[in-house]
Design a binder for this molecule. Sequence first.
Ligand SMILES: Cc1cc2nc3c(=O)[nH]c(=O)nc-3n(C[C@H](O)[C@H](O)[C@H](O)COP(=O)(O)OP(=O)(O)OC[C@H]3O[C@@H](n4cnc5c(N)ncnc54)[C@H](O)[C@@H]3O)c2cc1C
Length: 246
Amino acid sequence: MFNTEVTDIRSRDGRVVGVTVKGGKEIDAPVVINAAGPHSFLINAMAEGVVEGMNIKTKALRHEVHHVPSPEGFDFLKNGYHTSDGDNSIYFRPEVGNMILVGSEDPECDPQEWTEDPDNFNRNITDGQYKAQIYRLARRIPSLGIPNKQLGVADLYDCSTDWIPIYDKSDLKGYYMSIGTSGNQYKTAPVVGILMAELIDYCEKGNDHDKDPLQLFLKNTGISIDVGFFSRKREINEDSSFSVNG
Ligand SMILES: Cc1cc2nc3c(=O)[nH]c(=O)nc-3n(C[C@H](O)[C@H](O)[C@H](O)COP(=O)(O)OP(=O)(O)OC[C@H]3O[C@@H](n4cnc5c(N)ncnc54)[C@H](O)[C@@H]3O)c2cc1C
């Protein structure tokens, strides 16, 4: 249902029973999944006992990415690669229109703008961050032109405490979370869909995912992953980059 805002998560006797949407209409469901992106922390706050049961939390962090034309004579869209450039604290990748998209890897000198209100933030890119990111890119690609017209996008990451997603059940039976994507999980969406379906099936059949985590078999690679890695109750993963690299 497009343009329909969830305003409450209803539960009874420790189990989710459905959602309420703006205007008061109630939709009953045996299973509810929080996949609300940067609004995930607001949705969790509506669900009884969920936040209290989480060691890893989510918050909304404003971020800018900028678009700049590929250097003359090079088809970056066709021949460019996604590149993580830790020395300059940027990543860049091909973007439509033979553009290069450049984003920040959150060095300490970049201010972090956390927002309490994900419906109300500055959606315009800023001159300071544009110049920081494009000049960093120009250090890596010296033939890059610096356009006068500044292009880019400003939006919110749904950032988890350790920049690794939460794909998990919760302390409220029937309520699941697919959140904390931390600016880096668009590309994983198809496999995360499978992960969540398998996880919900596993838990709803009575298995205790907290004590005995689901092992997910990935049919294309032939390996299994321990879904407990994405637990809401995990200790902060100190091996994380604590950046968009996850
Ligand atoms: C600037 C920027 C650049 C990025 N670049 C990359 C990249 O290069 N590669 C990559 O892999 N990932 C990237 N990401 C991350 C990627 O966009 C996210 O991981 C992905 O969009 C998460 O998808 P989602 O469906 O979980 O959440 P979202 O796409 O955020 O969707 C959440 C939906 O929930 C809805 N919602 C929220 N609250 C309510 C409510 N109360 N009731 C009803 N609906 C509600 C929202 O309206 C929205 O439609 C980037 C993110 C940003 C901000």
